[in-house]
Ligand binder design. Sequence first.
Ligand code: MG
Length: 253
Amino acid sequence: MIKLKSSAEIEQMKVAGDLVGRTHDMVAEEIRPGMTTLELDSLVERFIRDHSGIPSFKGFRGFPGSACISVNDEVVHGIPGDRVLAEGDIVSVDIGAIVDGWHGDAARTHALGEIPARTQELLDITQAALAAGIDNAQPGNKLGRISAAVQETAEAAGCGVVRQLVGHGIGREMHEEPQVPNFGSPTSGVTLKVGMVLAIEPMINLGTPEVKTLPDGWTIVTADGQPSAHFEHTVAITGSGPVITTLACQVNA
Ligand code: MG
């Protein structure tokens, strides 16, 4: 069942989303070659807790980190550890936080120094796919409009859309109904309503869409070893259109 949120509840979700957005801004300032992914994770956990939040990924189904940190060919769910980030890496950081029982969830992919032009295109295309998806998160649209917009943006640029992982509803739980695929027909799915809140999160590969899971049971990597990017926002569907809760400074805007 899809749980619709009142406008007061969406305001509360903006508080959680704002903390996620500000945590991402902190990551953008701090991430650099030479640091380990565990060091970055520790910064994320401290920032969230210092601002009265709870890192929602920590302990979720046994996940050990506060952020999922996925490097280069890793798509999502990378476990923070002793890997040292290097110049030329792309690093996807996925962060969730709970404030007063409400969740925010967002991801960004960072380039560390110089990266190949085609890899930069992958980052730009994935951001454009997210923006196209968000533009279609309008009341009265079929959910599939979001999915199709993401897919068309990515595939028009020759990139592969990951099928095995999808976005999701979000609220008092990190994962609520409905699922939000990054592919599919624009006429498919439920009709979007005011009060739905969705985590829209294209996972786009430079090569083919196929992925596999590493033996750690968490890390998803591209099957062909090519890079993958991930951008995500938590988006509330309101009477005046989509509102991104996870943009920093949204609360005071
Ligand atoms: Mg998510």
